[in-house]
Design a protein around this ligand. Structure first.
Ligand code: NDP
Ligand code: MG
Ligand code: MG
Length: 341
């Protein structure tokens, strides 16, 4: 069973004795920087001149300097820029300013696990990864609660890296909920697998296939949208609250019997074999290499796939139907598929 740490297992004074740089002020960055500050930690935010995030961080009264200056001042550097830009930010701004005794922190293991960042031996390398988006992490902290987090130590130069990571996790509220110990390899491989095979890739493909099956059989797209996409939220909410069992308890016996008889026919051994292939390509680094090569080339494959997906008829149907449902709203920053490119 997993090793879980709580507030009593962590010493806040450790992180309060450090000088922390949070590089990036997006989803995770804003939550970490603000909650560290509110926990009495000396924190500065590292952002390039002209960064869109700068005014937001400054409006909160945080001190904002360049990533290089932040890394130079700090003895603990948390990297919270997007995973595919971390390698460059590290090489340009962080590595030249690392000293023995410093700590390098991440919220996802991607760049360490696949070797895109190779820190020097005298530095602690650890992870504090909240299991939720930054805005939830911050909201729960402000409510006196917290979002569970993962901690991992890749390199323990000081011999105290785990205690340091737990102290950091406590300062952002994670230890109020529970902090689970993992490794960079386990966190990275399972995170990528979950999002590719189940949460993002699997669910999107399942919904699309269902919508196509119904519309190709002559059913109206509006009806197909309700049955295959819209109602999924009810099902997922039930699973979130009480597992798959609560979902089966809540739906009709008709739906439950159909679940048992048809589910395994659709998601069959072939799907599990494909999942094993996905996992193998994550573990051997070939999926990461493909992603990074495309990003380095200006993301042509990524952009082409995004444009193709956004042109699918399910999106047009959805726009129309969501307009009929006053209670369905999008999150603040989302401007709709057509506006993004
Ligand atoms: P975001 O995409 O929200 O980060 C954007 C921030 O990075 C902005 O402040 C942006 O500045 C800044 N940034 C972009 N490029 C650079 C650069 N070259 N130099 C300096 N700053 C830059 O990232 P997330 O918070 O989503 O992810 C950060 C880390 O946290 C990742 O490792 C991710 O895997 C992990 N994580 C994310 C979770 C989430 O829910 N989002 C959950 C758990 C972990 P600007 O405003 O100028 O663009
Ligand atoms: Mg992920
Ligand atoms: Mg139904």
């Amino acid at each position: 069973a997993a090793e879980i740490f709580y507030d009593d297992d962590a010493d806040l004074s450790i992180i309060q004795g450090r000088t922390v740089a949070v590089i990036g002020y997006g989803s995770q960055g804003h939550a970490h920087a603000l909650s560290l500050r509110d926990s009495g930690v000396d924190v500065r935010v590292g952002l390039p001149e002209g960064s869109k995030s700068r005014p937001k961080a400054e409006a909160e009264g945080l001190r904002v300097v360049t990533p290089a200056d932040a890394a130079a001042e700090a003895d603990l550097i948390m990297i919270l820029v997007p995973d595919h830009v971390q390698r460059r930010v590290y090489a340009e701004s962080v590595e030249p300013n690392l000293q023995d005794g410093d700590a390098l922190f991440f919220a996802h293991g991607f760049n360490i696990r696949f070797g895109y960042i190779k820190p020097p031996a005298g530095v602690d390398v650890a992870m504090v990864a909240p299991k939720g988006p930054g805005h939830l992490v911050r909201r729960e902290f402000e409510n006196g609660k917290g979002v569970p987090a993962l901690v991992a130590v890749e390199q323990d130069a000081s011999g105290q890296a785990l205690q340091l990571a737990l102290s950091y996790a406590k300062a952002i509220g994670g230890a109020r909920a529970g902090v689970i110990k993992t490794t960079f390899a386990e966190e990275t491989e399972t995170d990528l697998f979950g999002e590719q095979a189940v949460l993002c890739g699997g669910a999107s493909a399942l919904i699309t296939a269902g919508f196509e099956t119904l519309t190709e059989a002559g059913y109206q797209p509006e009806i197909a949208y309700f049955e295959c996409l819209h109602e999924l939220k009810l099902i997922v909410d039930l699973m979130y609250e009480g597992g798959i069992a609560k979902q089966r308890w809540s739906v009709s016996d008709t739906a439950e019997y159909g679940d048992y008889t048809s589910g395994p026919k659709v998601i069959d051994q072939h799907v599990k074999d494909a999942m094993k292939d996905v996992l193998a390509r994550i573990k051997d680094g070939s999926w990461a290499a493909e992603f990074i090569a495309d990003q380095d080339a200006g993301a042509p494959d990524f952009k082409r796939r995004r444009a193709e997906a956004e042109a699918h008829p399910i999106e047009e149907t959805g726009r129309k139907l969501r307009g009929l449902m006053s209670w369905v709203s999008t999150s603040d920053d989302y401007t709709g598929t057509a506006a993004r490119s």
